[in-house]
Design a protein around this ligand. Structure first.
Ligand code: GLP
Length: 259
């Protein structure tokens, strides 16, 4: 696991964008695993700017988002489809038929989850998986106690996750209780995983992810078993790490390794 600690959130965001640009430039036909949440908004802004500047094109890329709320259609203002259109898809040259999210309004959500998993497998699995981090250690919507081998399925959201995501809704009661999410096993098949987290509210989950025991109590801790994972954080999110001096020695200021 590479741990890159940057002085502030802006630097961490630029680092993640740089890793994605590098991947896209090497492999324009990449299969991207995309995430939602406030953390990713600045990354998507920078990706759009990079495309406008001619540094990359998404015209040959394919994407699969991590998750979607059960019961919401793509046009619902709180849906992740709407989030992705607003923050990325409406502004890039990726053909819309190659942008995938689970259909939250499917008549049979369990069958939709199985279809989504099969579509990811058929695409050859995710090449570059972008992840955020829930303050309770979730990735995608894999809440604590999720099977560490799980595939795409329906998950019941914790109250804390619903509260954290309630900013897109008038009332907490309006936040859906269920979501379709890529499983932890699905995420672990990705060739490369890059997780971005910043701010003090993520410090406990970041410490559990990087240094805690491998445990379903912190689903992100499974990334300790991934062969190609980079965790990009800022000072505030790094505050509870005990091996901080070591990470700084290996990657000073979150930069290239000193070998
Ligand atoms: C949601 C998403 C996750 C995301 C998390 C963190 O729960 N399903 O993929 O990582 O929010 O969100 P934020 O970036 O807003 O802290």
């Amino acid at each position: 696991m590479k741990v890159l600690i940057h002085s502030d959130a802006a630097q961490a965001v630029s680092c993640v964008t740089g890793l994605m640009l590098d991947r896209m430039q090497r492999q324009p036909a990449s299969v991207l695993g995309l995430a939602t949440g406030a953390t990713m908004e600045a990354v998507y802004e920078q990706l759009i700017a990079a495309q406008v500047a001619g540094q990359i094109s998404f015209s040959r890329a394919t994407s699969f988002n991590l998750d979607e709320y059960v019961g919401l259609s793509p046009t619902h203002p709180g849906s992740y489809w709407r989030y992705m259109q607003h923050h990325l898809f409406d502004h890039i040259d990726m053909p819309v038929e190659r942008a995938h999210l689970p259909r939250g309004d499917a008549a049979d959500p369990a069958a939709e989850a199985a279809r989504y998993e099969a579509a990811i497998v058929a695409a050859g699995d995710i090449g570059f998986q972008l992840l955020g981090l829930g303050s309770n250690g979730h990735i995608g919507f894999n809440e604590p106690t999720s099977s560490l081998a799980s595939l795409t399925r329906i998950k019941t959201l914790t109250r804390s996750t619903r509260e954290a995501n309630s900013r897109y809704y008038d009332r907490l009661e309006d936040v859906p209780r269920l979501a379709i999410t890529m499983g932890i096993g699905t995420i672990m098949r990705a060739q490369e995983v890059v997780l971005l987290a910043y701010g003090a509210a993520k410090a406990k989950a970041v410490a559990a992810l990087i240094e805690g025991p491998l445990s379903a109590a912190c689903p992100a801790s499974i990334l300790q078993m991934h062969r190609n994972v980079t965790v990009v954080i800022d000072e505030a999110a790094a505050a509870m790490l005990t091996l901080r001096a070591y990470y700084d020695e290996v990657h000073p200021k979150g930069g290239a390794a000193l070998l």
